[in-house]
Each structure stands twice: as C-alpha cells, then as structure tokens.
Design a protein around this ligand. Structure first.
Ligand code: CP
Length: 332
C-alpha cells in the first residue's frame, strides 16, 4: 500500500477524470469538462427529473454495484441526495459513519480507502475539508474504482455546479444572454468556483461576483468574471441571483468581514433588493442557508426562489453522474 504520498492541491485535476476513450471515470472538478460533456450530463439529469409529488425516477443501472458515501465534513443535501440517487439506481449503498470510523484512531485516509476497495466498493463519494483529497484518492485507487468529489475545501463541488446549471437551464434556456450574479463569500466558496467553471464553459453572457472586499476572490482564480463590491450595482438587471453564506469554518481571521447586521444591510438579498434584478429573475442558494444574514427569510420561501428545485435537481444530477461512471466501469 502506498500511504506516504503527500496530498497535493494542484487545482487542475481535470486530466485524471476523463479516460482516453472519452468516458468519465471520476468526477473531481468541472474544470476541463468540455461543453458536450456538460450538456450530456445535464440532459441525462433532466431525464431523471419528475414533477413534485410524483414517484421518483428509478432504474437498475447500478444493480450489483456498491457506492460508499465518505463524508469527512458535515452535509445534509449532498449526502442524502447521493444516497437516494444510488439506491434509486439499484446500487448497494454504504454510508460510512466517519465519527466512529477507524480514521478517528489514526488510520490514514488511504488505508480507509483500501479497506473499502477490498470490500469491492466500486464508487466512493468523498467530501473532505482538505484541498486535493479527492484527486489524491483517485490517483491511488484500483482501476475498478471511481471517485466522485462531493465537496472539497474551497476548491470544488462539481455536482453542486451541475445542479445549479440544470436549475438555471430549466428556467432560462440558453446561457449566452444571461447575466448571473453570485453574491456573498466568493473567496471561500467551492460552490461559486464550480458554478463559475460550468457557466464559463457553457458561454454565460456575464458572470458577476459580488462580495465585501475581504471575501472577494483572486481575479486570476475566476477568469472572465466581473468582481464587484457594490450589491445594488451588481444586481441590476441580473437574470439569476445566487446567494452564498459566509463560510466561517474556512476563515481563520474574521478581520474586515462585516458583522451579521451590517452584512445583511450591505449584502443581504431582500425582496426590495431583488427588484433591481430582471423582473423574471430567479433566486438561488446552495444551502445551508442562514436566514436573515445573506438572504431575507420570506424571500427564500417566495415564488422567486428556486431553492427547493435545486435540491430536487441534486438527486437527478447525482443519478446522471453515477450512471455515467458506472458505464465507464464497464468500458474499462
Ligand atoms: N450545498 C451543499 O453542499 O449542502 P450540504 O453541505 O448540506 O451537502
């Protein structure tokens, strides 16, 4: 077992994920996935969407496969939706309880992975606070194992990016003429990074990143986006508004970051502020939400909000991704 390699945060793991035959072996990042691949994934996800209240889509395409959910950071939406998606495709699903796993006794992450690999787990869904962890695991697993990134530090959250793209496409159609405004803690947000990567690949008209200066991204990190610190100006005529929470767990020094009341006054998305956006604008939030801080509570529950649609689309997107990598397993 190789367990001594260091975890590297290359921020370019795209070369690992698509095989020479064009199939998707791992999903680590949206960076480097081309437009046809993104469109195919969105089309496949759309085929799994069912109206609210009707029976969910089911297939048996993962029958005989085993999916393990390894969440080394908290999650509600991503973990539950991968669990449901895998079960609705007929897989055996293992939800490892990391609080009682042997990593708590000092076992290395690779030894945990090798243990599950020996139990014939085919697909591992990994969330970790460490940058580079999903790619590190992907470099070490056997050929028959696929790794899906379920949220990696501030770097990447590719299935969240896909569900955001799907939700926008359902409401707005093409991306070319759209203005998308992402508002909040962009600097520490893996959601913003994956959304930006996917939107740029699909040719979004304009991408605005709005935040207090202390939470703004490095411009080199998100090329092509317009970085703005004035919320009212940034919201003007936007077709899509995505609110983000402050990622306090990833911020060592809170200097320069407004307190709760000041933050809501300057950067909170309210019904009043949404009037600056296009008349048919939609409001998104990846969750978990902090009502009354980055988003007005009544707005989150209003017809402008598509937040519950994002959650529903999360299951469909994860079904599409699981099916894709399962097909790649057959092609190897
Ligand atoms: N959007 C998102 O990743 O939510 P969870 O942390 O609940 O999975």
């Amino acid at each position: 077992m190789k367990s001594t390699d260091s975890i590297q945060n290359s921020r370019d793991d795209s070369s690992l994920q698509v095989l020479s035959n064009g199939s998707l072996r791992h999903l680590l990042t949206l960076k480097g996935l081309d437009r046809p691949m993104l469109i195919e994934l969105l089309d496949e996800a759309q085929s799994f969407v069912r109206p609210t209240g009707s029976a969910p889509a089911r297939r048996r395409t993962l029958a005989g496969r085993t999916v393990a959910n390894l969440f080394f950071e908290p999650s509600t939406r991503t973990r539950a939706s991968f669990d449901l998606a895998a079960k609705r495709l007929g897989a055996d699903v293992l939800n490892l309880d990391v609080n009682t796993s042997s990593r708590k006794k000092g076992e290395s992450i690779l030894d945990t992975i090798y243990t599950l690999q020996a139990m014939q787990v085919d697909i591992m869904v990994v969330r970790d606070a460490g940058a580079g962890v999903p790619a590190y695991i992907a470099r070490h697993v056997n050929d028959h194992v696929s790794i899906l990134n379920a949220g990696e530090a501030d770097v990447s959250h590719p299935t969240q990016g896909l569900l955001d793209l799907l939700t926008i496409r359902q409401h707005k159609g093409d991306f070319d003429n759209l203005t998308v405004a992402i508002v909040g803690d962009i600097r520490h947000s893996r959601v913003a990074r994956s959304a930006a990567e996917g939107l740029q690949t699909l040719g979004v008209g304009e991408l605005r990143l709005i935040s207090p200066p202390a939470l703004a991204p490095d411009p080199a990190d998100m090329p092509g986006a317009v970085i703005i610190d004035n919320l009212d100006g940034g919201l003007r005529h936007a077709d899509v508004v995505m609110a983000l929470r402050i990622q306090r767990e990833r911020i060592g020094n809170l200097d320069g970051i407004p307190g709760i009341d000041e933050y809501f006054a300057k950067y909170g998305i309210s019904k009043q502020r949404m009037k600056l956006a296009a008349p048919d604008a939609i409001l998104m939030h990846p969750g978990p939400m902090n009502r009354g801080i980055e988003i007005e509570s009544t707005l989150a529950d209003s017809p402008t909000s598509v937040i519950t649609e994002q959650v529903a689309n999360g299951v469909a997107v994860r079904m599409a991704v699981l099916e894709r990598v399962a097909k790649s397993l057959l092609a190897r």
